[in-house]
Design a protein around this ligand. Structure first.
Ligand code: 4NP
Length: 159
């Protein structure tokens, strides 16, 4: 099993959106038995809460299920248990590097997206632009899935 963890600051807007979108793509590709998905936040302020209503609303509109998502804070074991740790912005990246200075498996979601012109996924908790963030997240997840498939010799089934 390949374990993928998405990380943002609060785990209520961006990383749960990425978890839901990526899981949806993995299911569509018929790879649920090969790839597992989770998300967490660097902060614990919202632990136990469902995603922000802006995230829930756009996921529902796109037909992506999100009912079981609950926020949690990152723990040190996450760095050992996950094969890909994928964060949203440079602030998250700096926070993760402080927790695990030698980790080689941390990236930003936009590292995997072609042609968005963005290095970071902006925080809709502050900008309110959940639709734009969804588009970035979808593009990043698509690229990430292609990369993981290439690295592990996986080929998804038809959608
Ligand atoms: P997220 O957005 O990192 O995309 O979940 C945030 C949610 C809550 C807070 C910050 C960012 N907060 O400070 O409570």
């Amino acid at each position: 099993m390949i374990h993928v963890l998405f990380v943002c600051l609060g785990n209520i807007c961006r990383s749960p959106m990425a978890e839901a979108v990526f899981r949806h793509q993995v299911e569509q590709a018929g790879l649920s038995r090969q790839i597992s998905v989770d998300s967490c936040g660097l902060g614990g302020w919202h632990a136990g809460e469902p995603p922000h209503q802006g995230t829930r609303k756009i996921l529902t509109a796109k037909g992506v299920s999100h009912d079981t998502l609950r926020a949690r804070q990152i723990v040190q074991q996450d760095f050992d248990q996950f094969d890909y740790i994928v964060c949203m912005d440079e602030e998250n990246l700096a926070g993760l590097k402080r927790l695990a200075p030698n980790a080689q498996h941390i990236s930003r979601l936009m590292d995997h997206a072609a042609n968005t012109g963005e290095a970071n996924v902006e925080d809709p908790y502050y900008t309110g632009r959940f639709e734009y963030v969804y588009d970035l997240v979808e593009a990043g997840c698509q690229g990430l899935l292609a990369k993981i498939c290439a690295e592990h010799g996986l080929s998804g089934t038809a959608k």
